[in-house]
Design a protein around this ligand. Structure first.
Ligand code: UDP
Ligand code: MG
Length: 135
């Protein structure tokens, strides 16, 4: 069965949105295969965001992702990678479509950061790699 990694980022946990996010995943019909609360380290984030490690926003991304605990979930189901990306919505919460997690629950807080509540794997290969980092 296909699997993907869903992270509820520190802003989502802090705002009390864990239940809302997981309820959307369950209502959509996917299976929660594993759940963990994790305090990310810079090393873990460097591996997880390997494609962004050299980007100018990476230090701020690390600051954001280490601001508190993260809820990591393995979600399972046919075409789940595509399905969970679609549920999450596009990267910037201001532009993300209403009905998506980022579109419904996120906003720009005017602090120069993109705080967008969730991460989800963008391909089956990324999902396998990311799951092995977080679980
Ligand atoms: N990000 C950021 N500034 C940027 C681009 C991305 O802070 O200019 C953060 C944001 O939290 C985003 C994450 O880095 O979710 C990963 O970026 P990506 O473009 O892969 O977006 P995603 O796959 O999360 O939609
Ligand atoms: Mg990405």
């Amino acid at each position: 069965m296909e699997k993907t990694l869903l992270l509820i980022k520190p802003d989502g946990v802090k705002r009390g949105l864990v239940g809302d996010v997981l309820a959307r995943v369950e209502r959509k019909g996917y299976t929660i295969g594993a759940l963990a609360m994790v305090n990310a380290t810079e090393d873990l984030l460097g591996e997880h965001y390997v494609e962004h490690r050299e980007k100018p926003f990476f230090p701020e991304l690390v600051e954001y992702m280490t601001a508190g605990p993260i809820v990591a979930a393995i979600i399972e189901g046919a075409r789940v990678v595509e399905g969970i990306r679609s549920l999450c919505g596009s990267t910037e919460p201001t532009a993300a479509a209403p009905g998506t997690i980022r579109g419904d629950l996120g906003r720009d807080w005017g602090n120069g950061q993109i705080e967008n509540i969730v991460h989800s794997s963008d391909s089956v290969e990324s999902a396998e790699r990311e799951i092995s980092l977080w679980f």
